[in-house]
Design a protein around this ligand. Structure first.
Ligand SMILES: Cc1cc2nc3c(=O)[nH]c(=O)nc-3n(C[C@H](O)[C@H](O)[C@H](O)COP(=O)(O)OP(=O)(O)OC[C@H]3O[C@@H](n4cnc5c(N)ncnc54)[C@H](O)[C@@H]3O)c2cc1C
Length: 438
């Protein structure tokens, strides 16, 4: 939560003459789309992105890797130009330095681009564990289209793929490799898959499903080293237990590191990421940061839902509108593996004062576990039939008292609504809280 989310006085210099945005990813695309619809949008917007291709839907790289989507499906709608706004995008160009004194950014091509206001939207990169062999060819992350294309090409040759990390991204990567023809194995340090989102029962159901498809899964294991094939390419992983696992390709999916270096080197206040206030302003009032490269209080970000909220705040702020600042809110998680329905939010285990309601039908592979405190929902894990997930999430966010429908809560939305209507409990309509694609 951001404690100081109060309306801030409108800055006098609007519209902004030249807004420069570094990074051409999901946050930038949405920010520009939103800005060009504002009455007092900047007169000139220049986007500088390191990736060579136009902005695309990064979220869909997982189904793309699994072969369920084409390049066309990844494409984001082109932003329509607006009268009075000059919009330009420089692709395949990395910004190497911010010259705050002269208000300009310098690029690797030796160009200097002046700004009146600067936005840093540089995202994050794969965190690489400091183990011997991590620099070998055939070892890398799953972060962008280049990574996805390299993985698809490697997988088509068959062989063994090893994914380090059994969270959302790791499982999606492993399933993609398997579907492309590799023998895929997941290494997870925790004793359960998706340990940040799932309780033990849901994690076991998920594991059984994935193993049934042919994925190999090892939990409670630690990567100790990666071994060379003698030509600088990975040949195997060595676990802390000493076990050796042959591997032709290794995907690291065990955390992300915010790309905060540009801000840090320019002297902006940084912690794990670039520190911003509730209006996404850094310690320099002419520079903003949003998305995975920013930090609000102690929080950094790895899912798009809070980033969309940041975009709304920053777009209005940049257009000179007074706005309540960004307030961090819980997010829900879905796994994008075809045929697996999973929806979760809130804590994985009941805390003191929380009670757990559970419904489990092992025959049908159905599992639902809700966490309530004083009749209000604080967490849920749904496996199998997840249709009720967004509705439950909406009620949790609205703080709806659900005591009157207690006996039906884990069964279905219609039953709950009928019972609550009998008791005249007001309900919130579902507001698509988990909407995620741009
Ligand atoms: C495979 C995959 C699946 C995902 N699935 C989901 C999901 O299901 N749900 C969900 O909510 N989130 C998902 N995410 C996370 C989501 O994609 C990110 O939260 C989101 O993309 C972050 O947006 P961003 O703009 O901050 O960073 P990014 O989208 O990463 O964009 C940052 C851009 O900045 C560029 N850049 C960095 N440094 C520089 C520089 N110095 N100069 C110029 N350009 C630079 C980078 O090349 C990149 O193009 C997924 C991520 C991946 C990789």
């Amino acid at each position: 939560m951001c404690p100081d989310a109060l309306p801030r006085p409108v800055s006098p210099q609007h519209p902004i003459e030249h807004l420069v945005i570094v990074g051409n990813g999901m946050a930038t695309q949405r920010l520009v789309e939103t800005l060009v619809r504002q009455a007092a949008a900047p007169r000139r917007i220049t986007v500088i992105g390191e990736e060579r291709c136009p902005a695309y839907n990064r979220i869909l790289l997982s189904p793309w890797l699994a072969g369920d989507m084409t390049h066309d499906d990844l494409r984001l709608p082109e932003i329509a130009g607006q009268a009075g706004i000059a919009l330009s995008t420089r692709l395949g160009e990395r910004v190497t330095r911010i010259d705050r004194a002269r208000r300009r950014v310098l690029t690797e091509r030796g160009e200097a681009i002046a700004y009146d206001r600067l936005v840093l939207a540089t995202g994050s990169r794969t965190s690489l564990p400091p183990v011997p062999g991590i620099e070998l060819a055939g070892v890398g992350g799953f972060r962008d289209l280049d990574d996805a294309e390299a993985l698809a090409e490697a997988a088509q040759r068959g062989g063994r793929g090893l994914v380090v990390g059994g969270g959302l991204l790791g499982l999606e990567a492993a399933e993609g490799l398997r579907q492309r023809g590799m023998r895929a194995r997941v290494l997870q340090r925790s004793e359960r898959l998706m340990n940040r989102q799932l309780d033990a029962t849901a994690a076991t159901l998920l594991r059984r499903e994935l193993e049934g498809r042919g994925l190999e899964i090892a939990t409670g294991v630690e990567l100790a080293a990666l071994e060379d094939d003698g030509h600088g390419h990975v040949a195997a992983a060595r676990l802390a237990s000493g076990e050796r696992l042959p591997a032709d390709r290794v995907v690291i999916a065990a955390g992300i590191t915010p790309n905060a270096e540009l801000g840090r080197e320019a002297g902006l206040a940084c912690d794990r990421a670039i520190r911003v206030d509730a209006w996404l302003t850094t310690s320099d009032p002419a520079i903003h940061a949003l998305g995975e490269c920013c930090q609000v209080g102690t929080r950094t970000f790895g899912l798009v839902e809070p980033i969309w909220q940041q975009v709304e705040v920053l777009a209005r702020h940049l257009s000179g509108e007074a706005t309540a600042g960004f307030v961090d809110a819980p997010t829900a998680t879905k796994l994008k593996v075809g045929g697996v329905s999973l929806y979760a939010f809130g804590p994985t285990e009941a805390a003191p004062g929380q009670e757990a309601l559970t419904y489990h039908d092992p025959q049908q592979g159905e599992y639902r576990r809700l966490l309530l405190r004083d009749g209000r929902l604080e967490g849920a894990v749904l496996y199998g039939d997840t249709a009720m997930g967004p509705w439950l999430f909406t009620q949790a966010r609205a703080g709806t008292r659900l005591d009157a429908a207690r006996q039906a809560l884990a069964l279905g939305q219609a039953d709950v609504e009928a019972l609550l209507a009998e008791h005249e409990t007001p309900l919130r309509d579902t507001d698509s809280p988990e909407k995620e694609a741009a």
